[in-house]
Each structure stands twice: as C-alpha cells, then as structure tokens.
Design a protein around this ligand. Structure first.
Ligand code: GLP
Length: 236
C-alpha cells in the first residue's frame, strides 16, 4: 500500500486526478469505478479541466458507480446518478450510455443487484476503483457487519451514515434508510484501488482501517488484503 499525505484538499484532488488520468491514457476503454460524497468532487473537477484542455479523452471510457440510495431517481438532486451527471459526466466527453449507477428505483431490488454484478463482470471488472471512506469505515455503502458481503446488495444504512449524509438533505428524515451497494468482490477484484480522504475527522477511522485488524466491523480494512492500493490523505 502506498500512503501519500498531502497538505490540503486541492493537492489531494490533483494527485488523485493524475492517477485516474494515467489509467485513462494507458487504456482508453478502461473501466473506472467511481464514488460519490464530498471528497471526490475536486478530483472530478480536475479531471474535467484536463478533459477541457484536451489532455485526456473519455470518449471510450466506461464507468460503474459504487452505490445508489433506494427510492431516489435521476430527477432527485440527492440521487447519486444526478450527483455523477452534475459533478462529472456532464463536464467530460464520456458517452453517458457507458456510465452505470445501480438503479435504486428498480421494481425488484434483488434482481437489480444481480444485474449489476453481471454487468461489472461482462465489462471485465474495474480497472481503477476510486473510494472515499465513511465515518464508520464504510466503502461504497458496505456498512459494518458481522461478515464481508461479496455481491452487490441491498443494505440498511447505519444511524451514523444517515447523520453524516443528512447535510446534503433538507432534514435527516429525508435521508433514505437503505441503499444498493457494490459488494466487496467487485471492489477487491479491481486492478487498482485509489482511496481519498480528507479532514481530521477521517483520520482515526482511516488509521484503524489501514493499520488495525482486518474485520467486517471496519469494512475498509479489507483493503489491506489488496495488492495495489494507493491512499491519499489530507489533514486539512
Ligand atoms: C457516502 C458514500 C461513500 C462515501 C462516503 C463519504 O456514504 N456512499 O462512497 O465514501 O459517503 O462521504 P464524504 O466524502 O462526503 O465524506
């Protein structure tokens, strides 16, 4: 594992964008595993700037997102599909048909999970997976549990996650109580993992995940078993 400490959010975003851009340059039809949350917004802006400047071309790039709230569709400002369109896809030259987010409004959520896993497999898996980390150590929406869940699944969100994510909603009551998330299999099968974290508030959980025991109670700790992980952390 490579652990890179940087001085601020800007630098974290710039370095993360360079690592992702390198992947796109090496393999134009690469599969990007993408994340939401406030942490990757700067990374997406940087990548959009590089695309604008003609430095990278996303026209053949494909993507799969980690997760989606159950019950929120693209029209909802808080859905992760909308987040990705606004913060990234609409700003670059990716073909929107090549971008994938689980459908949290599917009639049969279990079928949707199966479809998503089959889709990732048919794409040949993820080349580089971008991850943030939740305050409880979740990655995607893989919440602390008694076991690591392998496939894409329907998950009940932890109280701490609901509270942490309430800042994006009008009130805590509006935060969906469940989500669909890619499981550990697709994440761990990614050829490369890039985790970004910023702020003092993330330091304890990050250290616990990366240097503590590997346990499903700290979902991100599974990354210790992956052979190609880069973590970029900014304390500011
Ligand atoms: C959400 C997402 C995670 C993300 C986490 C951290 O719960 N499902 O993928 O890593 O938030 O968010 P933030 O970057 O806003 O701290």
């Amino acid at each position: 594992m490579r652990f890179i400490t940087v001085k601020n959010y800007e630098e974290m975003s710039k370095k993360a964008a360079i690592i992702i851009a390198a992947e796109v340059l090496k393999k134009e039809d690469c599969v990007l595993g993408l994340a939401t949350g406030s942490t990757p917004v700067g990374t997406y802006s940087r990548l959009a700037e590089m695309c604008d400047a003609g430095e990278i071309d996303f026209s053949k790039t494909r993507s799969v997102n980690l997760d989606e709230y159950v019950g929120l569709d693209v029209e909802n400002d808080q859905s992760y599909r909308k987040f990705m369109n606004v913060n990234f896809f609409n700003k670059i030259n990716i073909d929107i048909n090549n971008t994938n987010v689980p459908n949290g409004c599917a009639e049969d959520l279990n079928k949707e999970c199966e479809r998503y896993d089959a889709l990732i497999e048919s794409m040949g898996g993820v080349d580089i997976q971008l991850l943030g980390i939740g305050v409880d150590g979740h990655i995607g929406f893989n919440e602390p549990d008694s076991e690591f869940v392998m496939g894409t699944h329907h998950v009940t969100l932890d109280e701490s996650t609901i509270q942490a994510n309430a800042r994006f909603f009008d009130s805590e009551n509006d935060v969906p109580r469940s989500a669909l998330t890619m499981g550990m299999k697709a994440i761990m099968n990614a050829k490369q993992i890039l985790m970004i974290a910023n702020g003092k508030g993330k330091k304890d959980i990050l250290m616990k995940a990366l240097y503590g025991p590997v346990t499903p109670e700290v979902p991100a700790s599974i990354l210790q078993l992956h052979p190609n992980v880069t973590v970029i952390y900014s304390e500011e």
